[in-house]
Design a protein around this ligand. Structure first.
Ligand code: 8ID
Ligand code: ZN
Ligand code: ZN
Length: 351
């Protein structure tokens, strides 16, 4: 009952647009599974991929994007012993890795030099039937709603890992930059669940309301030029010395050059957002005499994946999402480009 053709959103050239059309269903290789994708979240990375923002080549066009796909296994190769047909699984950014290099050996598989990236170097989840490496698909418990869990598969895993990398401990303060977006909305809740106080930073009132309702104790609006952002962020901590960690999720360069001004001494600045052609900048003196750590964080490994899903399953994080048909993906990209999305969009592959 697996059809030979299916609906997909296909990129035929850099810059887009994505074209909704029918394409063949592929067959899984020995170490792969074929997943009937039910829902897929739309990550800003998918927009970067379409626009060709990054100096990393994609697979040759046509390319099917998407890397927050939740669905059901409908076929599998012989080398996927621990997965059954009918299992619920998730397609994440890291589609596969070699499992043999020194990074994979130590569970740093996002750093694998042979990593396969869903919706980038291999076709992703903006189609009804997608292929992924059996070793890497997220195992999704049957009681999790596939629509609601989809954004956990990139946004959730990434911010959960970023918070761990920040070293912030329960009771401390974390600033989340881009807190009204897809990653940010999840980050507020993971941070809360991990016992942190959250200062949300984003633009506009609607995003402010969203941050507060998700549990941020303070909101700083970067578009409000009547107030000094650095002072506001520091003032949001009880002793005025700033947050212990900063998670940079914004798709713009400025905050990457500003975060060391308000992070607390001995604190850490974790870079996660990937604005095109952006550079970090920080005063060396401050970094030295205030002992600031600046680091990057990139998705998560298989264990981080299962932990991030476990937070969801326990009801500790909820994704604020809106669902539209897969056929409407291009409209979602437009809203994203205009910075108008609060939370996440999910596409339903059945329409
Ligand atoms: O593993 C990784 N490192 C990883 C994983 C997943 C996604 C990195 N990313 C990257 C994406 O490629 C993208 O560059 O993280 C970034 C954020 O992805 P997203 O959350 O899916 O994007 P969004 O929903 O558009 O949210 C971005 C938010 O940033 C705000 C916007 O208003 C929006 O709410 N923002 C911007 I643009 N400039 C800001 C500023 N100066 C800002 N917020 C505060 N200050
Ligand atoms: Zn993503
Ligand atoms: Zn490897």
């Amino acid at each position: 009952e697996i059809p030979s053709e299916q609906w997909a959103q296909v990129l035929e050239k850099s810059g887009g647009p994505a074209v909704y059309k029918k394409i063949p269903v592929q067959k899984p290789g020995p170490d792969e599974v074929l997943i009937n994708v039910k829902y897929s979240g739309v990550c800003h990375t998918d927009l970067h991929a379409m626009m060709g923002d990054w100096p990393i080549p994609t697979k040759p066009f046509p390319l099917v994007g998407g890397h927050e796909g939740a669905g059901v296994v409908v076929a599998k190769g012989d080398l996927a012993p621990d997965i059954e047909l009918g299992d619920h699984v998730g397609i994440k950014w890291l589609n596969g890795s070699c499992l043999a290099c020194s990074f994979c050996m130590q569970a740093d598989e996002p750093l694998c030099p042979h990593a396969l990236l869903s919706g980038y170097t291999v076709d992703g989840s903006f189609q009804q039937y997608a292929i992924a490496k059996a070793s890497h698909v997220a195992r999704i418990p049957k009681e999790c709603d596939l629509e609601a869990v989809a954004p956990v598969l990139c946004a959730g895993i990434t911010v959960y890992k970023g918070l761990k990398e920040s070293g912030a401990r329960p009771g401390q303060y974390v600033a989340i930059v881009g807190a009204g977006g897809g990653l940010g909305s999840m980050a507020i809740q993971y941070a809360r669940a991990m016992g942190l106080h959250v200062i949300g930073i984003d633009g506009g009132e609607e995003k402010g309301q969203s941050c507060k309702s998700l549990g941020a104790m303070a909101y700083v609006d970067y578009t409000d030029s009547s107030q000094d952002l650095v002072e506001q962020v520091k003032k949001a901590t009880p002793d005025g010395l700033g947050p212990h960690a900063v998670l940079l999720l914004a798709v713009s360069e400025k905050p990457f050059q500003q975060a060391t001004e308000y992070v607390r001494s001995r604190g850490s600045v974790v870079c996660i957002g990937l604005p095109a052609n952006a550079y970090l900048r920080a005063p060396v003196l401050d970094v030295v005499i205030r002992m600031i750590t600046i680091k990057g964080s990139y998705v998560g490994n298989r264990q981080d994946t299962q932990e991030a899903i476990d937070f969801f399953q326990r009801g500790l994080v909820k994704v604020p999402y809106k669902t539209v048909g897969l056929s409407e993906l291009q409209d979602v990209f437009q809203l994203m480009q205009d910075g108008k999305i609060v939370g996440r969009y999910v596409v339903d592959t059945s329409r």
